[in-house]
Design a protein around this ligand. Structure first.
Ligand SMILES: Cc1ncc(C[n+]2csc(CCOP(=O)(O)OP(=O)(O)O)c2C)c(N)n1
Ligand SMILES: CC(=O)[C@@H](O)[C@H](O)COP(=O)(O)O
Ligand SMILES: [Mg+2]
Length: 662
């Protein structure tokens, strides 16, 4: 029987002899490597947090004491110790276990949003609540050195340190976010990590000087006299202690006994404490430890023996198209600078960084700061391109609104992972950006549909000198090119059937990456003899006037976007039609405005009704409601079109089916 098989709750972990912990840690690592190899997930961070998590559950009493994980991606071991080993088969999968803490999974999970740098604020609030209610409970927040670069952490520390509440902040310092964590704070932590050497240095100095007659002793005394001063430089825990936080550390985060002892000290202190645990990302798995890029921060399916990907080869990713084009632009424009919030490689800036190392700024997990700093760069005469995941732009809404747009600074925001991302669950879907950016005056939004439009729109965005703009694209492969068959002003026409009709039934407005889906929808709808035009505005905010004019020539406008339906592009087009007194009905399809559980991207899109089949059926139903005799049983599934050319099928359709206005 393995030790792991005896662990179903934190009580089981507490029962173990300390000597058994290294063996359990090894079993946990082995399990994690094999389980995550099958599903994908945040392997590196979790391999680094094994002993730390064991120690937490031995010292504190979860769920009475509250354990908070910042960012949440390193909570797999916590899940294993709280009865969820069996759920790893479906980690990050539809209907399965979340890759983050989840209230619905366990009483041991309380926060679950997985946007970084929030845990200390939750800890502040929770500990205030417990203090006021007279409950003697500890709140333990585990925060990575990367997450600690986020401003919210420091706002929280400012508050936590001023009180005498039972907050234990464990800094899980592996020196990396994805890549090495950089900045002044990272330098401080690095200096702290070296602290034991400080004592050794003093010992050596003492020995050497002690053996040196006359000068030796006085010099050592002088040195000792300024010990406090040196210590502040070499051991900048002064920074924490001056704030009012007790500092414990640095502790070897892979030494179970040392970790446990440090946490017991922290627990007994009964006041706010920082425990500085030094760990290694990917610890115990050579493939991860040796991975230079990100030490397996997040992997897809891999061969556990080698760590090599076993996923089927995918087409070119949206990110790599951006990565390539921004380097070309950078070569032509020395004023173009780029910014990332600790995600250089994931947002595709590594090639730019290699080509122009002085023109890329990694600001840490600090999207708000990145945004206002970009305004400063623009004011200083540069052209900043801020590259972040769409969901993380939420953080910086006020900065975009007031610091960038109000000041009319031509900052370009490149939003990767826009739309449904899938496996990361509710927090990571990029389904808010086109709604929140919709309300920002003087800001334009571009949504490319393929490689060609991504390259072109990026160039147009970077060429803008008067106002900010956003360009957004999804996760995954970019797919085949979708050429325009015509243009109406700035609007591309992607499909028109029948080809020569003056008036048509459906105007399908395809937003960005929904182009492939919309073409499929159009073929299915047209196969029912319904006249349909598919257009792509490319720049979706402000709504091009040509969309309004096109709408006048149709009986029904349909919009399809991979953004939340509330306040999205469909809603903006509806408003533009109302403002222009165009009374054509509009059906807006987008992501249901709710928090979506994890699943594969296609599964989630299907769940919210954005699969081509469902969209086509709804469009046919909508047309049929207006012209009841037109389509067959509206509940019927709309078949995939026959392979004969569109024009031939249209010609065969009855005049009524083709639309009265022909
Ligand atoms: C607001 C926000 N920005 C960016 C991210 C993406 N992100 C997830 S984990 C991570 C690095 C975290 O580093 P650290 O806290 O040190 O944890 P480690 O993985 O090293 O254990 C980043 C940038 C995020 N989750 N939230
Ligand atoms: C925890 C976190 O926010 C990231 O690690 C995220 O999971 C990465 O997502 P991608 O895999 O889409 O880059
Ligand atoms: Mg880290």
């Amino acid at each position: 029987m393995t030790l792991l098989s005896t662990i179903n709750s934190p009580q089981d972990v507490k029962r173990l002899d300390p000597e058994e912990l290294p063996a359990l840690a090894a079993e946990i690592r082995d399990f994690l490597i094999h389980a995550v190899a099958r599903t994908g997930g945040h392997l590196g961070p979790n391999l680094g947090a094994v002993e730390l998590t064991l120690a937490i559950h031995r010292v504190f009493d979860s769920p009475f004491d509250r354990i908070l994980w910042d960012t949440g991606h390193q909570s797999y071991v916590h899940k294993m110790l709280t009865g969820r080993v069996g759920a790893f088969d479906k980690l990050r999968q539809r209907g399965g276990m979340s890759g983050y803490p989840s209230q619905s999974e366990s009483e041991h999970d309380i926060i679950e949003n997985s946007h970084a740098s929030t845990a200390l604020s939750y800890a502040d609030g929770l500990s205030r609540a417990y203090a006021l209610r007279g409950e003697d409970r500890h709140v333990v927040a585990v925060v990575g050195d990367g997450a600690l670069t986020g401003g919210m952490c420091w706002e929280a520390i400012n508050n936590i340190a001023a009180g005498d509440r039972r907050v234990v902040i464990i800094v899980n310092d592996n020196g990396r976010s994805y890549a090495p964590t950089i900045g002044g704070l990272a330098d401080h932590l690095a200096a702290l990590r070296l602290a034991p050497e400080y004592e050794q240095v003093l010992d050596v100095v003492k020995q050497v000087l002690g053996r040196t007659p006359l000068v030796g002793a006085p010099l050592f005394d002088a040195l000792h006299g300024i010990k406090r001063g040196i210590k502040d430089v070499v051991q900048p825990q002064g920074m924490f202690e001056d704030l009012g936080l007790k500092y414990v550390g640095p502790v070897d985060g892979h030494d179970p006994a040392a970790m446990e002892q440090a946490l017991r000290r922290a627990k007994d202190y009964h006041r706010p404490v920082i425990v500085h645990a030094v760990t290694r990302k990917g610890f115990g798995y050579p493939a991860a430890e040796q991975d230079e890029a990100d030490q397996f921060h997040s992997v897809g399916v891999i061969d556990p023996k080698t760590g090599k990907s076993t996923a089927a080869k995918k087409g070119q990713a949206w990110t790599s198209v951006f990565s390539d084009e921004i380097v070309r632009i950078g070569a032509e424009r020395p004023d173009v600078v780029t910014m990332t919030a600790a995600m250089l490689q994931p947002v595709g800036l590594h090639a730019f960084a290699k080509a122009f190392p002085d023109r890329v700024f990694d600001v840490g997990i600090a999207e708000q700061h990145a945004t206002t700093s970009a305004a400063g760069l623009a004011m200083g005469g540069l052209k900043p391109v801020v590259c972040i995941y769409a969901t993380f732009l939420n953080r910086a809404f006020d900065q975009v609104l007031m610091d960038v747009a109000l000041h009319r600074q031509p900052v370009t925001f490149v939003l990767d992972r826009a739309g449904v991302t899938g496996e990361d669950g509710a927090s990571h879907n990029g389904m808010w950006d086109m709604s929140i950016m919709q309300v920002v005056p003087d800001l334009a939004i571009a949504a490319p549909r393929d490689e060609v439009t991504l390259r072109a729109l990026l160039r147009e965005a970077v060429a803008e000198t008067e106002r900010p703009n956003v360009i957004r694209f999804p996760k995954g492969s970019v797919g085949a090119e979708i050429p325009a068959i015509d243009t109406v002003g700035p609007v591309d026409v992607l499909f028109r059937e029948p080809a020569v009709a003056r008036h048509r039934e459906v105007l399908l407005v395809s937003i960005g990456a929904m182009g492939t889906t919309c073409l499929e929808v159009a073929r299915r709808v047209a196969s029912q003899g319904i006249g349909i035009t598919v257009v792509d505005p490319r720049w979706v905010k402000p709504v091009p006037s040509e969309i309004v004019e096109l709408a006048r020539d149709h009986d029904l406008v349909v919009t399809v976007e991979d953004n939340g339906r509330v306040g999205g592009v469909g809603a903006a087009i509806a408003q533009a039609l109302r403002d222009a007194d165009v009374d054509v009905p509009l059906r807006d399809f987008g992501i249901a405005q709710r928090f979506l559980d994890q699943g594969k991207r296609d599964e989630v899109l299907a769940e919210v009704g954005l699969a081509p089949q469902d969209l086509a059926r709804k469009v046919v139903e909508a047309v049929a409601r207006r012209q009841p005799a037109l389509a067959g049983d509206p509940g019927e599934t709309v078949p995939a079109p026959a392979t004969e050319p569109n024009a031939v099928r249209a010609a065969k359709a009855s005049p009524r089916q083709r639309g009265a206005s022909e």
